[in-house]
Design a protein around this ligand. Structure first.
Ligand SMILES: Cc1cc2nc3c(=O)[nH]c(=O)nc-3n(C[C@H](O)[C@H](O)[C@H](O)COP(=O)(O)OP(=O)(O)OC[C@H]3O[C@@H](n4cnc5c(N)ncnc54)[C@H](O)[C@@H]3O)c2cc1C
Length: 252
């Protein structure tokens, strides 16, 4: 059964031209428990009555009295523009948490292939629980994010990701894969190692070009982003003989 949460939008932070991080403090109930990867359901008003939109929780489940969302404002989109129109200190109703997208507790290395705001549930999975090890249940797994974005200008959370990768003694690492840049010239030299050109699957398979299928079977793939991207990534992984049970996904 989903719970209804009365919340207060306490902070709205612009991340790039059309993406915002929304911070909601709980009014009632005062506490939320969720599994990293789960989403909340927003009811947005429309001329035909309220419409539901789902948003993955982007924050840590250590924090019980608030949660965060990362939402891209879609041109003409009902839910995302409703959120965008809200001023700080407005009350907002959500239902949730819900969803099955979450870390599987096994020893496999976790590879996130996410695009755009698909970073939201991945962020929650990485920053929840303890910072090091990332998960008490699976302390020996490596966590790698391959984050697909179009251009360098769109990037957000870079400092946070860098800090996390330092704090977790490289149990966590990340690569931002830019699909519309011709080269990495505009990126400061010290940050170039965090970037690559192309799509997330190419980035991963370039880095691991020599792996045998047995070695690939030690990885588990978490896909998140728009429906078409996730479907195409899934097909790519299947053609590389990655077993279906090692592909976990959330389609936005
Ligand atoms: C489980 C789940 C979790 C999700 N989590 C997030 C999240 O964390 N952050 C987030 O931003 N979104 C997330 N989404 C997507 C979100 O639920 C909405 O679909 C999205 O915000 C668009 O809704 P809207 O009401 O603004 O647009 P709509 O009114 O539904 O669509 C308006 C128009 O925009 C088009 N459109 C819809 N989405 C996009 C897009 N991304 N780019 C370009 N055009 C588009 C539609 O085809 C339509 O023509 C998630 C979806 C699911 C299913």
């Amino acid at each position: 059964m989903l719970s209804t949460y009365r919340t207060l939008l306490t902070k709205k932070t612009q991340l790039n031209s059309d993406t915002y991080l929304y911070h909601f403090d709980l009014i009632e109930p005062k506490e939320i428990k969720f599994i990293p990867g789960q989403y909340m359901m927003l009811k947005a008003p429309s001329s035909k009555g309220p419409v539901s939109r789902l948003y993955s929780i982007a924050s840590s489940n250590n924090i019980k009295d608030s949660f965060e969302l990362i939402v891209e404002t879609v041109p003409g989109g009902l839910g995302s523009n409703y959120l965008f129109s809200l001023k700080e200190n407005t009350e907002v109703i959500f239902q949730g948490p819900a969803g099955m997208f979450g870390l599987h507790e096994n020893e496999k290395n976790k590879v996130f292939m996410v695009t755009g705001t698909g970073i939201a549930p991945a962020r929650s999975m990485i920053i929840s629980n303890n910072q090091f090890p990332i998960s008490k249940q699976i302390p020996n797994s490596k966590f790698q994010i391959y984050w697909g974005m179009k251009t360098y200008k769109e990037i957000y959370l870079l400092e946070e990701l860098k800090q996390l990768s330092n704090e977790t003694m490289e149990q966590f690492s990340f690569k931002i894969c830019l699909s519309r840049e011709q080269n990495l010239d505009i990126i400061p030299d010290e940050d170039k190692k965090y970037f690559s050109l192309g799509h997330v699957d190419n980035c991963f398979f370039q880095q691991y070009s020599n792996l045998t299928i047995e070695q690939l079977n030690k990885f588990e793939f978490y896909l998140c982003g728009s429906r078409n991207v996730v479907e195409s990534l899934k097909q790519t992984l299947l053609t590389k003989n990655i077993p279906q049970e090692n592909i976990i996904f959330e389609k936005f």
